[in-house]
Ligand binder design. Structure first.
Ligand code: IPD
Ligand code: CA
Ligand code: CA
Length: 265
């Protein structure tokens, strides 16, 4: 069993409180789903409410820390060395379609380094948490990335661009480069959970392009603390800037990078 630090108590307290609201709203969506208008406005409100709770709770727990939040953007703090990176609802499309695969993602950056992350799915009550040097956990269970070294046995998660995004043709070429070589590809629709599930060994690896810092910050801490590696697809760029990320154990990350390198953009 993990000993929970004061920092983790602040983070998990905040995501659980925001998660209770999201879970209630999710039940509502399951009903609204069938209406023709759909639950879009309702979901926007749920997203904003979740962010409000996270902002209030994290500010109360650690006064003065700054924020980078998906909806509010940058909120400067008086403490220049700490910043929360927050996605109040990751997997919005799943949420609007009454699919119980979405999460709240919160990471802490200290002096520009990611030092803690929490990813919470209120629909399943899966709470993933990790702190630099203290390991990664799903609830009380310690996590390790999968150890597979045979790419043919690996299940790989990814994300695909949708309406309003660019890169559809490239995504197809990349799928073509990975699909025939592995045991299966999954596209579940919440990047934070893709990373958390990779940390938990449920996926052997993950790649996606064009993600935002709030999609990946907590997941990167999770992967590293589970003994895995997360970094830029091209192994050189800054993943927090480009959002082009690959993750897995050392072998799987190497395979993904090697195979994706051969695909032209
Ligand atoms: C999205 C999800 C999805 C990924 C998209 C993200 P949102 O985040 O993480 O898996 O493919 O690129 O934008 O919009 O649901 O917070
Ligand atoms: Ca997101
Ligand atoms: Ca979001």
């Amino acid at each position: 069993m993990s000993t929970v630090s004061a920092l983790m108590q602040v983070m998990t307290g905040a995501v659980r409180k925001a998660g209770r609201k999201l879970a209630r709203d999710f039940n509502e969506v399951e009903h609204l789903q069938v209406s023709r208008k759909g639950p879009a406005d309702f979901v926007t409100a749920a997203d904003l409410k979740s962010e409000e709770v996270l902002f209030a709770e994290l500010s109360k727990g650690r006064p003065g820390y700054g924020f980078l939040m998906e909806e509010r953007g940058v909120v400067e703090g008086t403490d220049r060395s700490h910043r929360w990176i927050v996605d109040p609802l990751d997997g919005t499309t799943n949420f609007t379609h009454a699919q119980p695969h979405f999460a709240i993602s919160v990471a802490l950056e200290r002096e520009g380094e990611l030092v803690a992350g929490v990813i919470y799915n209120p629909a399943t009550d899966d709470l993933f948490h990790a702190e630099k040097g203290r390991g990664a956990y799903l609830n009380d269970r310690r996590l390790r990335v999968a150890d597979r070294r045979n790419f043919q046995d690996c299940v790989i998660a990814t994300g695909l661009p949708f309406f309003g995004k660019t890169g559809h043709a490239r995504a197809l070429k990349e799928l073509h480069a990975i699909m025939p070589m592995c045991a299966g590809i999954r596209r579940y629709g919440a990047a934070s959970l893709d990373l958390a599930w990779t940390a938990a060994g449920r996926f052997d690896g993950f790649w996606e392009r064009g993600l935002k810092p709030w999609d990946i910050a907590a997941g990167m801490v999770m992967i590293r603390e589970a003994g895995g590696f997360a970094g830029a697809i091209d192994a050189t760029g800054d993943v927090m800037t480009t959002g082009d990320i690959a993750a897995g154990n050392e072998f799987v990350l190497g395979e993904l990078r090697e195979r994706l390198k051969k695909v032209s953009g």
